[in-house]
Design a protein around this ligand. Structure first.
Ligand code: SDX
Length: 380
């Protein structure tokens, strides 16, 4: 007699690894990278420094940071053949699909492709992290019929992306806000895309294949794809006084409001708190409060309706408003998430494969115990 089947849906609550990269306190809404609270990194660090911290486990000395930043700037240039491949791609596929093609293509020309020694793997990792922004910007310029803008070695990782995208240097303040957004998106434990990368790497496959798995997972609307859909929702609602009806209707139809809820956070996502500040700031700077007012109205309604169930804004709810003011096209919001999270993916792949065991869970079989094989002519 089969009793009730006990298994963890979506691996909820399952501990699948030991890690010292980051820790999430879902109850109190806290996130630390290698022990450092993200509020401190958002205030004092840069994406380059945070990437070093996540990859190497400690804050870099001045020399180490200069060396790492120089390596990122050198490796952000993509091979001519990869550029030609990107600019030839059709304008309508989703940029997350372009990212998979561009990364897979770039891997074929990676001089360190065969390397599996530590420095070889680290150079591959840094090359991918450095090249993703170039790939995204090149694709956007090509699909909008504009000349590609090669990376500027004088600019930081964050500023350079905005420069390659818009063809003009971003103002310091906006480059800094984007840098902070990248820091906040850089790492988040064993989320679906990081776990996808780890599963692939656990078979001792290569880092490129692992990151392709991650990009595929991040694309989904329940994960990285939510940020793009939040803006679409804000446009659908159109004005703050329409928010109540829209949200209550969606909840009645058991539809999920994008940008809310989290498997681990059962309170306000600390990243959303910081991103909300910048969404507010930019709304005032540009004197356009439409999105932030609709967003805040939705937040109040969702917390009133579902706060007791632990449903609050997550990282995706306000990030899109920030990106919109930074002139980033909506269908690039998830690729921007991917370029930021590439560090977290790589850090977990390196950490996990250092002390590896292939991931191989099981399913509880609920099919029939025995079925006769019936010849084709006898089947009805
Ligand atoms: C990211 O894991 C990570 O760390 C991810 C991430 C990272 O940095 O890597 O933080 C990035 O992916 C953030 C999440 C972006 N996704 C969205 O905003 C999509 C909307 N959110 C939901 O789909 C959902 O909350 C998830 C996917 C985020 C979490 O899914 P769970 O943990 O499986 O939760 P669930 O679907 O089982 O929901 C539990 C209950 C359900 O109600 P009941 O059926 O129990 O009555 O909460 C409800 C859900 O209906 N619920 C929501 C809701 N999210 C959960 N109801 C309305 N709107 C929502 N957004």
């Amino acid at each position: 007699e089969k009793g009730p089947i006990e298994y963890s849906k979506g691996l909820e609550g399952v501990i699948a690894a030991l890690s010292s990269i980051s820790a999430i306190d879902g109850k109190n809404g806290k996130l630390i990278y290698r022990g450092i609270p993200i509020e401190m990194l958002a205030k004092y660090s840069t994406y380059e420094e945070t990437a070093y911290l996540l990859l190497y486990g400690e804050l870099p000395t001045k020399e180490a940071l200069e060396k790492f930043s120089a390596q990122m700037r050198e490796l952000r240039v993509i091979p001519k053949k990869v550029e030609e491949c990107i600019v030839e791609l059709p304008p309508n596929p989703h940029p997350m699909d372009i990212l998979k093609v561009a990364l897979a293509h770039s891997a074929l020309y990676d001089p360190d492709r065969q390397k599996c020694c530590r420095e070889g793997v680290m150079r591959k990792v840094i090359r991918i992290i450095a090249q993703l922004p170039t790939m995204i910007a090149y694709y956007h310029r090509a699909r909008t019929g504009q000349e590609v803008i090669p990376p500027d070695p004088e600019l930081s990782h964050a500023a350079n992306f905005l420069y390659m995208l818009h063809g003009k240097k971003p103002d310091e303040e906006e480059a800094r806000i984007f840098d902070i957004a990248l820091i906040l998106h850089a790492e988040h434990g064993l989320n679906a895309s990081t776990f996808a990368a780890m599963v692939t790497a656990s078979t001792l496959s290569d880092i490129n294949s692992a990151l392709l798995s991650a990009i595929g997972a991040l694309k989904g609307p329940l994960h990285g794809g939510a940020n793009e859909r939040v803006l679409k929702m804000l446009d659908e609602i159109g004005s703050p006084d329409k928010a109540e009806e829209y949200v209550l209707n969606a909840l009645k139809e058991k539809r999920r409001i994008m940008g809310f809820g989290h498997r681990v956070y059962k309170t306000y996502d600390p990243r959303a708190k910081i991103l909300k500040e910048y969404a507010e700031y930019l709304s005032d700077k540009y004197n356009d409060r439409k999105y932030i007012e609709i967003g805040e109205r939705i937040e109040n309604i969702m917390i009133r309706e579902l706060g007791k169930k632990g449903i609050f804004p997550n990282v995706d709810f306000y990030s899109g408003i920030v990106y919109q003011f930074l002139g980033i096209p909506r269908d690039l919001f998830t690729p921007v998430f991917a370029m930021a999270r590439s560090v977290g993916w790589a850090a977990h792949v390196c950490e996990y494969t250092a002390n590896n065991r292939i991931f191989r869970p099981r399913a509880y079989y609920i099919g029939p115990d025995y079925v006769e094989y019936v010849q084709l002519e006898k089947r009805r």
